[in-house]
Design a binder for this molecule. Structure first.
Ligand code: TXA
Ligand code: MG
Length: 338
Protein backbone atom coordinates (compact mmCIF):
# COMPACT_ATOMS: atom_id res chain seq x y z
CA UNK A 1 0.00 0.00 0.00
CA UNK A 2 0.99 3.62 -0.35
CA UNK A 3 2.57 5.21 2.75
CA UNK A 4 1.41 8.73 3.68
CA UNK A 5 4.46 10.68 4.87
CA UNK A 6 4.63 14.05 6.62
CA UNK A 7 6.75 17.06 5.65
CA UNK A 8 9.28 16.57 8.49
CA UNK A 9 12.99 15.62 8.49
CA UNK A 10 12.39 12.04 9.61
CA UNK A 11 9.84 11.33 6.88
CA UNK A 12 11.89 13.13 4.21
CA UNK A 13 14.85 10.87 5.06
CA UNK A 14 12.54 7.91 4.63
CA UNK A 15 11.28 9.25 1.27
CA UNK A 16 14.85 9.85 0.04
CA UNK A 17 15.70 6.26 1.06
CA UNK A 18 12.79 4.92 -0.99
CA UNK A 19 13.93 6.95 -4.03
CA UNK A 20 17.58 5.87 -3.62
CA UNK A 21 16.40 2.25 -3.63
CA UNK A 22 14.59 2.79 -6.95
CA UNK A 23 11.11 3.41 -5.50
CA UNK A 24 8.43 5.94 -6.38
CA UNK A 25 7.27 8.80 -4.11
CA UNK A 26 4.68 11.52 -4.86
CA UNK A 27 5.81 15.00 -3.80
CA UNK A 28 4.19 18.40 -3.22
CA UNK A 29 4.86 21.48 -5.35
CA UNK A 30 3.29 24.94 -5.53
CA UNK A 31 1.59 24.02 -8.86
CA UNK A 32 0.32 20.43 -8.51
CA UNK A 33 1.60 17.22 -6.87
CA UNK A 34 4.15 15.20 -8.88
CA UNK A 35 5.33 11.55 -8.97
CA UNK A 36 9.03 11.26 -8.23
CA UNK A 37 11.67 8.69 -9.08
CA UNK A 38 15.45 9.04 -9.42
CA UNK A 39 15.81 10.61 -12.88
CA UNK A 40 19.15 8.82 -13.44
CA UNK A 41 17.66 5.36 -12.78
CA UNK A 42 15.88 4.00 -15.88
CA UNK A 43 14.02 1.19 -14.13
CA UNK A 44 12.74 3.53 -11.39
CA UNK A 45 11.55 5.92 -14.13
CA UNK A 46 9.71 3.04 -15.82
CA UNK A 47 7.67 2.55 -12.64
CA UNK A 48 6.39 6.13 -13.00
CA UNK A 49 5.12 5.43 -16.53
CA UNK A 50 3.43 2.26 -15.26
CA UNK A 51 1.80 3.97 -12.25
CA UNK A 52 0.34 6.73 -14.47
CA UNK A 53 -0.48 4.58 -17.54
CA UNK A 54 1.52 7.18 -19.41
CA UNK A 55 2.48 6.65 -23.07
CA UNK A 56 6.25 6.25 -23.48
CA UNK A 57 6.51 8.91 -26.20
CA UNK A 58 5.64 11.58 -23.60
CA UNK A 59 8.86 12.76 -21.88
CA UNK A 60 9.08 13.65 -18.18
CA UNK A 61 10.04 16.89 -16.45
CA UNK A 62 13.34 16.73 -14.53
CA UNK A 63 12.92 18.30 -11.08
CA UNK A 64 16.07 19.81 -9.52
CA UNK A 65 17.05 21.22 -6.12
CA UNK A 66 18.52 24.38 -7.73
CA UNK A 67 20.28 25.83 -10.81
CA UNK A 68 23.63 24.15 -9.96
CA UNK A 69 22.09 20.69 -10.43
CA UNK A 70 21.16 21.50 -14.06
CA UNK A 71 24.81 21.97 -15.15
CA UNK A 72 25.42 18.21 -14.80
CA UNK A 73 22.88 17.55 -17.57
CA UNK A 74 22.20 20.53 -19.83
CA UNK A 75 23.78 23.44 -21.66
CA UNK A 76 22.76 26.56 -19.77
CA UNK A 77 23.00 29.74 -21.88
CA UNK A 78 22.79 33.34 -20.66
CA UNK A 79 19.00 33.46 -21.19
CA UNK A 80 18.47 30.32 -19.12
CA UNK A 81 20.73 31.68 -16.35
CA UNK A 82 18.76 34.92 -16.12
CA UNK A 83 15.43 33.10 -16.03
CA UNK A 84 16.64 30.78 -13.27
CA UNK A 85 17.86 33.77 -11.24
CA UNK A 86 14.54 35.55 -11.64
CA UNK A 87 11.90 32.82 -11.43
CA UNK A 88 13.50 29.91 -9.52
CA UNK A 89 12.37 28.41 -7.33
CA UNK A 90 9.01 28.82 -9.02
CA UNK A 91 6.54 27.86 -11.73
CA UNK A 92 8.75 28.17 -14.82
CA UNK A 93 10.12 25.05 -16.52
CA UNK A 94 13.00 25.45 -19.00
CA UNK A 95 13.45 23.18 -22.01
CA UNK A 96 17.23 22.95 -22.57
CA UNK A 97 19.62 21.01 -24.84
CA UNK A 98 21.36 18.11 -23.04
CA UNK A 99 25.15 17.97 -22.76
CA UNK A 100 25.03 14.60 -24.57
CA UNK A 101 22.44 11.94 -25.31
CA UNK A 102 23.74 9.53 -22.63
CA UNK A 103 23.36 11.86 -19.68
CA UNK A 104 19.75 10.89 -18.87
CA UNK A 105 17.97 7.57 -19.44
CA UNK A 106 16.08 7.42 -22.77
CA UNK A 107 12.70 6.97 -21.07
CA UNK A 108 13.05 10.36 -19.31
CA UNK A 109 13.46 12.28 -22.58
CA UNK A 110 11.53 9.96 -24.93
CA UNK A 111 14.78 9.83 -26.91
CA UNK A 112 14.91 13.62 -27.50
CA UNK A 113 18.16 15.59 -27.08
CA UNK A 114 16.44 18.08 -24.76
CA UNK A 115 14.92 17.89 -21.27
CA UNK A 116 12.54 20.11 -19.30
CA UNK A 117 14.03 21.36 -16.00
CA UNK A 118 11.90 22.54 -13.09
CA UNK A 119 12.80 23.91 -9.66
CA UNK A 120 9.56 23.97 -7.63
CA UNK A 121 8.72 26.50 -4.94
CA UNK A 122 8.47 23.78 -2.28
CA UNK A 123 11.15 23.61 0.41
CA UNK A 124 10.13 20.06 1.20
CA UNK A 125 10.65 18.81 -2.34
CA UNK A 126 13.91 20.70 -2.83
CA UNK A 127 15.18 19.16 0.43
CA UNK A 128 14.12 15.71 -0.79
CA UNK A 129 16.12 16.15 -4.02
CA UNK A 130 19.13 17.48 -2.08
CA UNK A 131 19.04 14.38 0.15
CA UNK A 132 18.91 12.08 -2.90
CA UNK A 133 21.63 14.15 -4.61
CA UNK A 134 20.04 13.40 -7.99
CA UNK A 135 17.14 15.07 -9.82
CA UNK A 136 13.76 13.35 -9.76
CA UNK A 137 11.34 12.99 -12.65
CA UNK A 138 8.17 14.86 -11.93
CA UNK A 139 5.04 14.29 -13.98
CA UNK A 140 1.78 15.29 -12.33
CA UNK A 141 0.60 12.58 -9.91
CA UNK A 142 -2.67 11.75 -11.68
CA UNK A 143 -3.59 8.80 -13.87
CA UNK A 144 -2.94 9.81 -17.48
CA UNK A 145 -5.87 11.90 -18.93
CA UNK A 146 -7.28 12.80 -15.45
CA UNK A 147 -7.16 16.26 -13.83
CA UNK A 148 -3.90 16.97 -12.02
CA UNK A 149 -3.86 16.53 -8.21
CA UNK A 150 -3.62 19.56 -5.92
CA UNK A 151 -3.85 17.63 -2.61
CA UNK A 152 -2.37 14.40 -1.21
CA UNK A 153 -5.95 13.03 -1.10
CA UNK A 154 -6.25 13.53 -4.89
CA UNK A 155 -2.94 11.65 -5.32
CA UNK A 156 -4.20 8.73 -3.21
CA UNK A 157 -7.49 8.67 -5.15
CA UNK A 158 -5.56 7.85 -8.35
CA UNK A 159 -2.37 6.24 -7.02
CA UNK A 160 -3.12 4.30 -3.81
CA UNK A 161 -1.33 0.95 -4.13
CA UNK A 162 0.44 2.05 -7.35
CA UNK A 163 3.31 4.03 -5.74
CA UNK A 164 5.37 3.56 -2.56
CA UNK A 165 4.54 6.81 -0.72
CA UNK A 166 3.15 10.34 -0.91
CA UNK A 167 4.44 13.31 1.09
CA UNK A 168 1.48 15.38 2.33
CA UNK A 169 2.32 19.09 2.58
CA UNK A 170 -1.20 20.51 2.21
CA UNK A 171 -2.91 21.91 -0.89
CA UNK A 172 -0.94 23.32 -3.86
CA UNK A 173 -1.07 27.13 -3.95
CA UNK A 174 -1.09 27.76 -7.74
CA UNK A 175 -3.25 24.85 -8.91
CA UNK A 176 -2.20 24.63 -12.59
CA UNK A 177 1.08 23.22 -13.88
CA UNK A 178 4.20 25.29 -14.54
CA UNK A 179 4.78 27.36 -17.68
CA UNK A 180 7.11 25.51 -20.08
CA UNK A 181 9.38 27.67 -22.25
CA UNK A 182 11.51 26.21 -25.03
CA UNK A 183 15.07 27.57 -24.80
CA UNK A 184 16.61 24.82 -26.95
CA UNK A 185 16.06 27.01 -30.03
CA UNK A 186 17.02 30.55 -31.03
CA UNK A 187 13.44 31.88 -30.83
CA UNK A 188 12.02 30.97 -27.43
CA UNK A 189 8.41 29.74 -27.35
CA UNK A 190 5.81 28.86 -24.73
CA UNK A 191 4.96 25.15 -24.93
CA UNK A 192 2.44 25.24 -22.06
CA UNK A 193 1.00 28.36 -20.37
CA UNK A 194 1.23 28.64 -16.57
CA UNK A 195 1.65 31.21 -13.80
CA UNK A 196 4.69 32.86 -15.46
CA UNK A 197 3.65 34.69 -18.65
CA UNK A 198 5.40 35.09 -22.02
CA UNK A 199 5.67 38.84 -21.35
CA UNK A 200 7.41 38.30 -18.01
CA UNK A 201 9.91 35.96 -19.69
CA UNK A 202 10.47 38.34 -22.62
CA UNK A 203 11.19 41.20 -20.23
CA UNK A 204 13.93 39.24 -18.44
CA UNK A 205 15.71 37.90 -21.53
CA UNK A 206 15.11 40.97 -23.72
CA UNK A 207 13.84 38.81 -26.56
CA UNK A 208 10.39 38.17 -28.03
CA UNK A 209 8.73 34.96 -26.80
CA UNK A 210 6.32 33.15 -29.11
CA UNK A 211 3.09 32.20 -27.34
CA UNK A 212 0.99 30.01 -29.63
CA UNK A 213 -1.60 29.44 -26.86
CA UNK A 214 -2.37 33.13 -26.48
CA UNK A 215 -5.38 34.64 -28.29
CA UNK A 216 -3.02 37.17 -29.87
CA UNK A 217 -0.67 34.48 -31.20
CA UNK A 218 1.79 35.75 -33.76
CA UNK A 219 2.16 32.43 -35.55
CA UNK A 220 -0.21 29.47 -35.64
CA UNK A 221 2.03 26.53 -34.75
CA UNK A 222 1.42 23.03 -36.10
CA UNK A 223 1.91 19.95 -33.91
CA UNK A 224 2.54 20.80 -30.26
CA UNK A 225 6.21 20.42 -29.39
CA UNK A 226 5.48 19.31 -25.81
CA UNK A 227 4.25 15.80 -26.62
CA UNK A 228 1.99 15.77 -23.55
CA UNK A 229 -0.13 18.59 -24.93
CA UNK A 230 -1.48 16.49 -27.80
CA UNK A 231 -3.26 13.98 -25.54
CA UNK A 232 -6.75 14.25 -24.11
CA UNK A 233 -6.02 15.70 -20.72
CA UNK A 234 -7.31 17.09 -17.44
CA UNK A 235 -10.61 15.33 -18.15
CA UNK A 236 -13.08 13.85 -15.69
CA UNK A 237 -15.20 10.97 -17.04
CA UNK A 238 -18.33 13.19 -16.99
CA UNK A 239 -18.89 15.84 -19.68
CA UNK A 240 -17.52 19.31 -18.94
CA UNK A 241 -19.20 22.31 -20.64
CA UNK A 242 -17.72 25.83 -20.67
CA UNK A 243 -20.07 28.79 -20.27
CA UNK A 244 -19.52 32.51 -20.62
CA UNK A 245 -20.78 34.46 -17.57
CA UNK A 246 -22.70 36.64 -20.08
CA UNK A 247 -24.86 33.57 -20.86
CA UNK A 248 -25.81 32.99 -17.22
CA UNK A 249 -29.58 33.38 -17.81
CA UNK A 250 -29.55 30.88 -20.66
CA UNK A 251 -27.67 28.40 -18.47
CA UNK A 252 -30.00 28.95 -15.50
CA UNK A 253 -33.02 28.15 -17.72
CA UNK A 254 -31.45 24.87 -18.78
CA UNK A 255 -30.11 23.51 -15.50
CA UNK A 256 -31.58 20.42 -13.85
CA UNK A 257 -30.74 18.62 -10.59
CA UNK A 258 -28.08 16.42 -12.21
CA UNK A 259 -26.04 19.47 -13.29
CA UNK A 260 -23.18 21.07 -11.35
CA UNK A 261 -21.93 24.64 -11.77
CA UNK A 262 -18.36 25.81 -11.09
CA UNK A 263 -18.07 29.61 -10.99
CA UNK A 264 -16.97 32.68 -9.07
CA UNK A 265 -18.74 32.98 -5.68
CA UNK A 266 -20.71 36.07 -6.85
CA UNK A 267 -21.94 34.33 -9.98
CA UNK A 268 -22.97 31.21 -8.06
CA UNK A 269 -25.50 33.28 -6.04
CA UNK A 270 -27.32 33.99 -9.30
CA UNK A 271 -27.98 30.28 -9.90
CA UNK A 272 -29.26 29.67 -6.33
CA UNK A 273 -28.08 26.04 -6.40
CA UNK A 274 -27.70 23.72 -3.40
CA UNK A 275 -24.11 23.30 -2.16
CA UNK A 276 -24.19 19.74 -3.55
CA UNK A 277 -24.38 21.11 -7.12
CA UNK A 278 -22.05 24.09 -6.88
CA UNK A 279 -18.35 24.84 -6.39
CA UNK A 280 -16.92 28.30 -5.78
CA UNK A 281 -13.88 29.51 -7.70
CA UNK A 282 -13.45 32.35 -5.21
CA UNK A 283 -13.21 35.83 -6.64
CA UNK A 284 -10.01 36.14 -8.69
CA UNK A 285 -8.27 34.34 -11.60
CA UNK A 286 -5.69 33.11 -9.03
CA UNK A 287 -8.28 31.42 -6.82
CA UNK A 288 -10.04 30.05 -9.91
CA UNK A 289 -6.83 28.38 -11.12
CA UNK A 290 -6.25 27.01 -7.62
CA UNK A 291 -9.75 25.46 -7.45
CA UNK A 292 -10.31 24.21 -11.02
CA UNK A 293 -8.89 20.67 -10.76
CA UNK A 294 -10.40 20.13 -7.28
CA UNK A 295 -13.84 21.07 -8.62
CA UNK A 296 -13.58 18.71 -11.60
CA UNK A 297 -12.42 15.86 -9.38
CA UNK A 298 -15.12 16.46 -6.76
CA UNK A 299 -18.01 16.37 -9.24
CA UNK A 300 -16.53 13.44 -11.14
CA UNK A 301 -16.91 11.38 -7.94
CA UNK A 302 -20.24 12.89 -6.78
CA UNK A 303 -23.24 10.60 -7.28
CA UNK A 304 -26.21 11.99 -9.16
CA UNK A 305 -24.15 14.64 -10.99
CA UNK A 306 -24.05 14.07 -14.74
CA UNK A 307 -22.70 17.29 -16.29
CA UNK A 308 -20.24 19.91 -15.05
CA UNK A 309 -20.66 23.52 -16.26
CA UNK A 310 -17.57 25.69 -15.70
CA UNK A 311 -17.31 29.43 -16.30
CA UNK A 312 -14.80 30.90 -18.75
CA UNK A 313 -12.28 33.62 -17.84
CA UNK A 314 -10.46 36.20 -19.94
CA UNK A 315 -7.32 34.64 -21.47
CA UNK A 316 -4.78 36.88 -19.78
CA UNK A 317 -2.36 36.33 -16.91
CA UNK A 318 -3.11 33.09 -15.07
CA UNK A 319 -6.51 33.16 -16.86
CA UNK A 320 -4.70 31.94 -19.98
CA UNK A 321 -3.42 28.83 -18.14
CA UNK A 322 -6.87 28.29 -16.58
CA UNK A 323 -8.58 28.41 -20.00
CA UNK A 324 -5.92 26.16 -21.59
CA UNK A 325 -6.66 23.43 -19.01
CA UNK A 326 -10.44 24.00 -19.05
CA UNK A 327 -10.67 23.82 -22.85
CA UNK A 328 -8.77 20.53 -22.82
CA UNK A 329 -11.03 19.04 -20.14
CA UNK A 330 -14.17 20.18 -22.00
CA UNK A 331 -12.91 18.78 -25.31
CA UNK A 332 -14.48 21.70 -27.21
CA UNK A 333 -17.90 21.64 -25.49
CA UNK A 334 -19.19 25.19 -25.02
CA UNK A 335 -22.68 26.26 -23.95
CA UNK A 336 -22.96 28.67 -26.87
CA UNK A 337 -22.35 25.97 -29.49
CA UNK A 338 -24.53 23.22 -28.01
O1 TXA B 1 3.98 22.09 -12.62
C1 TXA B 1 4.49 21.12 -13.20
O2 TXA B 1 5.23 21.26 -14.20
C2 TXA B 1 4.14 19.70 -12.71
C3 TXA B 1 4.70 19.54 -11.29
C4 TXA B 1 4.44 18.17 -10.71
O3 TXA B 1 6.08 19.86 -11.26
N1 TXA B 1 4.63 18.67 -13.59
C5 TXA B 1 4.04 18.40 -14.80
O4 TXA B 1 4.58 17.33 -15.51
O5 TXA B 1 3.08 19.03 -15.22
P1 TXA B 1 3.83 16.58 -16.69
O6 TXA B 1 4.67 15.42 -17.01
O7 TXA B 1 2.41 16.31 -16.29
O8 TXA B 1 3.90 17.58 -17.90
C6 TXA B 1 5.14 17.78 -18.55
C7 TXA B 1 4.96 18.32 -19.94
C8 TXA B 1 4.35 17.31 -20.90
O9 TXA B 1 3.43 17.96 -21.74
C9 TXA B 1 5.58 16.82 -21.69
O10 TXA B 1 5.24 16.39 -22.97
C10 TXA B 1 6.45 18.08 -21.71
O11 TXA B 1 6.25 18.65 -20.43
N2 TXA B 1 7.90 17.75 -21.87
C11 TXA B 1 8.72 17.13 -21.00
N3 TXA B 1 9.96 16.99 -21.53
C12 TXA B 1 9.93 17.52 -22.77
C13 TXA B 1 10.87 17.65 -23.84
N4 TXA B 1 12.13 17.20 -23.74
N5 TXA B 1 10.46 18.28 -24.98
C14 TXA B 1 9.20 18.74 -25.09
N6 TXA B 1 8.26 18.63 -24.12
C15 TXA B 1 8.61 18.02 -22.99
MG1 MG C 1 0.29 16.14 -16.38
Amino acid sequence: MTDVLKANDKDLDKAAGILAAGGVVAFPTETVYGIGADATNASAVDKVFAAKNRPHDNPLIVTVSGPEMVDRFAKVDARAKKLMQTFWPGSLTLLLPLVDDQVLPKNVTAGLNTAAFRNPDSKVTRQLITLLNNPIVGPSANLSTKPSPTTAAHVLHDMDGRIDAVIDDGPSRVGVESTIVDLSVADPAILRPGAVSADQIAQVIGQKVIDPTSPIALSASSAPKAPGMKYRHYAPSKPVVIFDPLDKQELKDRLNETDAVVAYEQLLYFFGLPAYNSWSLGATPQTAAEELFSALRAFDDRQGIERIFVQSLAKKGIGEAYMNRLEKSAGGQHLSIQ
